[in-house]
Design a protein around this ligand. Structure first.
Ligand code: ADP
Length: 267
């Protein structure tokens, strides 16, 4: 089993990702696709007059402040446009894909965090009304049913809180939790960069290999949201996933290239 997470940043070639996945699926490989949608969510949120607000925690992690209205816009884009766009691509390629959010069947579950600490102008503020959380539990029953029926699951945040409230969760870490729960052979984190860069944005500074035991030491090279990918990779390898690869989804055959060792391989 391979878990593929494709991001939501500008430049990602979803046609290329879907064509590669469809070819591998038809060859008998078992795959699950998890996707993001942050770039499109930002665009739609601006257009709807509710621009995105990002907060940076005291420990340096950036996340989207998700009030109710943001959550609704987030769902429109992630569960609507992005999810159905990917499912349609796969259906056109002859793959019977099913798109679900983590709320559906409570596939992704975690604690609802209502407040977040944000560093603004050097001061720490507490913002309330946040709909975020972290995936702590993956309920694989529905996924097992789909796979057994020959369907390719296409999953996206949000997740469900333990009380059934929709929560915005990081897609990379959700994919990592899924890979651990399914005892996947590999987790691919595909984005619009060649992999983890030692000197971002210099693409010639690609880090090719990271020993699994050392992955957290590489957090220092990741800025902003790349940190969540490194954290997700650490969680996956600590949970028993043998290989995590940060790969390029901008062109070519992104899944096959990553599985062939291109990008940053954590093992
Ligand atoms: P996605 O939505 O595609 O999953 P993110 O935007 O969450 O991707 O994270 C990938 C982004 O992280 C890259 O587009 C890049 O701007 C940024 N980044 C920060 N530091 C690094 C780094 N050291 N190497 C590669 N990318 C980095």
């Amino acid at each position: 089993m391979i878990v593929v997470k494709v991001g939501g940043s500008a430049g990602i070639d979803y046609d290329a990702v879907c064509a590669d996945i469809a070819a591998r699926w038809k060859n008998g490989e078992r795959l699950i696709l998890v996707h993001g949608g942050s770039g499109e969510t930002n665009r739609v949120a601006e257009a709807l007059g509710h621009p995105p607000k990002f907060v940076t925690s005291p420990s340096g992690y950036t996340s989207r402040f998700t009030d109710r209205q943001t959550l609704e816009i987030f769902e429109m884009v992630y569960c609507g446009k992005m999810n159905k766009g990917i499912v349609e691509r796969l259906q056109r390629l002859g793959v019977n894909a099913v798109g679900l959010s983590g709320l559906d069947g409570r596939i992704f579950e975690g604690k609802h965090k209502d407040s977040v600490r944000s560093v603004e102008n050097g001061k720490v503020k507490v913002l309330r009304g946040d709909h975020t959380g972290t995936v702590e539990r993956v309920n694989t029953h529905l996924i097992d049913l789909l796979l057994a029926g020959g369907y390719l699951p296409v999953l996206t945040p949000p997740a469900s809180s333990y009380d059934g409230v929709a929560i915005n969760v990081d897609g990379d870490r959700a994919a990592a939790a899924l890979a651990v729960a399914l005892k996947a052979d590999a987790l691919l984190l595909l984005s619009n960069v060649p992999g983890l860069l030692r000197a971002y944005p210099d693409e010639s500074s690609l880090i090719r290999e990271i020993p699994a035991a050392d992955v957290e030491n590489y957090l220092e090279f990741a800025q902003d949201r790349m940190k969540k990918k490194v954290l997700g990779a650490a969680e996956a390898v600590q949970g028993g996933v043998r290989r995590v690869i940060f790969g390029d989804a901008r062109h070519g055959q992104p899944v096959s290239a990553a599985l062939g060792g291109q990008g940053t391989v954590v093992s």
